[in-house]
Design a protein around this ligand. Sequence first.
Ligand SMILES: O=C(O)CCC(=O)C(=O)O
Length: 308
Amino acid sequence: MLLKTQQAGASCFCFRRNNVQLHHDLKTLNDMTTQTLPTNPLSEEQLDFFRLNGFLHVPQLIPEDELAAAQKDTEELIRRGLDEQLDDPNYNYGADASDKGRKCLFRIDNLISHFGNESFKMLLAYPPLLRAIGQAVGEDHFVPSLHSCVFKIPHRGYPVPWHQDNIDVYRFPVFNVDIYLDEATTENGCLYAIPGSHLAGYHGDPEWVQSWTQGKEHDAPGAIPIVTRPGDVIFHATTVLHGSFWNRSNSLRRTIYFHIDHLQDVNLRPEEKRNMEGYLKGQELTADAIELRRASHPEEEAFDYQLV
Ligand SMILES: O=C(O)CCC(=O)C(=O)O
């Protein structure tokens, strides 16, 4: 493993929130993430960072040529829904922040199960991505149970206010994997997170969110922007406070989201809420994607996906 050591003069910031003190050395983290290690893409330091802060930015986990087909397909899907509001529940529109009467397309759901483009399956089955997910999950079975494209149209781009993802969480880590198809900057609406907020657990309560963010956006106390390039991946705990704001630029910002369910979390749910059927469906979809990829990339060592 090529692991760069901590460099002298690396910037370090610390902050205190609800008596939790977090130390976050961004420079060192970026140095650590330049490693390439196909079997174990994430280092122990990165996994510790994820546990402590509730998110992890992994630069260049996916090479640019692996993104091209998904970039083309998402462009096409977005274009279909831009001119008129489609009567399709997978197409999500919100009120434009600058013109409340106008609807703004910001998200397309069920990329794999509804639209079925091969590009999304190939991306999901990219072995270093699945290996990194497997590391973050730990010793457990998992399924990518949600696959959506979230995007921001130039000069519009529907803001996503501060929130925790609205799902039941019984055991950390429950997280989303965000694959960047475009550059995301503070100008075009990159993701912001409040490191360490996941340690407070899930609160489906706007007052709790308000107490952290003080009604602010990118300038909420402790908030940091996560600036990314195409091929970067962010792992974010569903409980970490996160949001993204206005796109003030000319550039489109697209992210593919996979939500990761792991088996222990499914099993910890009360019986009446347990969705084993959904888990098994996600498992079948993932196994299919891996088979598809294996057929077109026979030279590649496929991810060893463990079925229940
Ligand atoms: O990537 C983003 O813009 C944030 C999206 C998000 O957090 C969500 O859709 O729940």
